[in-house]
Ligand binder design. Sequence first.
Ligand SMILES: [Fe+2]
Length: 222
Amino acid sequence: MLKAVLLFSNFASLFIHLKKKIMKQTMPINGKFSLAELPYAPDALEPVINAETINYHYGKHLQAYVNNLNALLPGSPFENLSLEEIVRKSDGAIFNNAGQILNHNLYFSQFAAPKENNTPSGRLETAIKQQYGSFNAFREAFENKGSTLFGSGWVWLSRDQAGTLKITQEHNAENPLKKGLTPLLTFDVWEHAYYLDYQNRRAAYLAELWKIIDWEVIEQRY
Ligand SMILES: [Fe+2]
């Protein structure tokens, strides 16, 4: 009986280890990256993000970044590297497209159907409260970074190697991974992310996004 329990726990820890590894690296298959699957239906995030926005943002913009990267990789020094390694090592058009794929994969995979009073729990909640005083104070600081980012880019919550949380603004296709940080949560502030639903009201879009954050995903990244 004890043997069976030990065997099961070994399998369980191996599975968790593999899952973490898979989450950290996105490898091309036969030299090509593909469009990551959405973990929900295109209308699941309504009314925060409408299906039309998902169809353009995920179906057209993200698909274009995937197609562009796949066309640029053959013959480059980045063939057969993981997406994360390409983002760390490349620049120019390859970096722009790889960065945008990684950023959008992290963005689209962090959402779930809207919930009121949707807040983190566990260790992440404790860390946010310790560093920012309260979830609302953190939320205000994060939205402020998103509203004040000039032009196109992303606002990120990341953790450093000591576990300290950081909120950063990243322009265009940049990702906090390049600063040695682990990205946890991101709001896309390129106009294509919100224009159909909110037009020029970026602050309103940022304020609504909290309703659709899947905190289990963010806690797992943490
Ligand atoms: Fe985007």
